[in-house]
Design a protein around this ligand. Structure first.
Ligand code: THU
Length: 135
């Protein structure tokens, strides 16, 4: 699947965003190794901390459907420059993707930037650190 196609799917997912508090709609499209695409949008909550971002919605959908390997992710918002994933999403992405996963950050004006998880989250906390004190 081409990057542009995945970005278009993320744009469609963005339309489903539930963002009555921020009005900031985000869409994500995550391509699994199986070829299945998992769409995500942000889902806000009156208790703001309970909000779920588009990227995590897509990741959680993929994982909960049994997909364990992902080849590409597109994230789109109506931003001046491309939409940057928040810190919590970077940590969640660190758990489930690696540098073979192509990440496309985009906006509605057609700008697309290709990046990787290690660029977004250098030296992230992983199970390597978690298990390093076990003896
Ligand atoms: N948001 C995302 O969905 N993804 C991001 O990477 C950045 C932030 C959402 C969360 C919230 O609903 C709104 O954007 C404003 O922060």
């Amino acid at each position: 699947m081409k990057a542009q196609e995945l970005v278009e799917l993320a744009k469609a997912a963005r339309e489903k965003a539930y963002a009555p508090y921020s009005s900031f709609k985000v869409g994500a499209a995550l391509l699994g190794e199986s070829g299945q695409v998992y769409l995500g949008c942000n889902i806000e909550n009156a208790s703001f901390g309970a909000t779920n971002c588009a990227e995590r919605t897509a990741i959680f959908k993929g994982i909960s459907e049994g997909e364990s390997s992902f080849t590409a992710l597109a994230v789109v918002a109506d931003t001046e420059d491309v939409c940057m994933p928040c810190g919590i999403c970077r940590q969640v992405l660190t758990e489930f993707i690696n540098d073979q996963t192509e990440i496309y950050l985009a906006n509605l004006k057609g700008k697309i930037v290709k990046t990787t998880i290690s660029q977004l989250m250098p030296n992230g906390f992983t199970k390597t650190e978690l298990f390093s004190n076990r003896r």
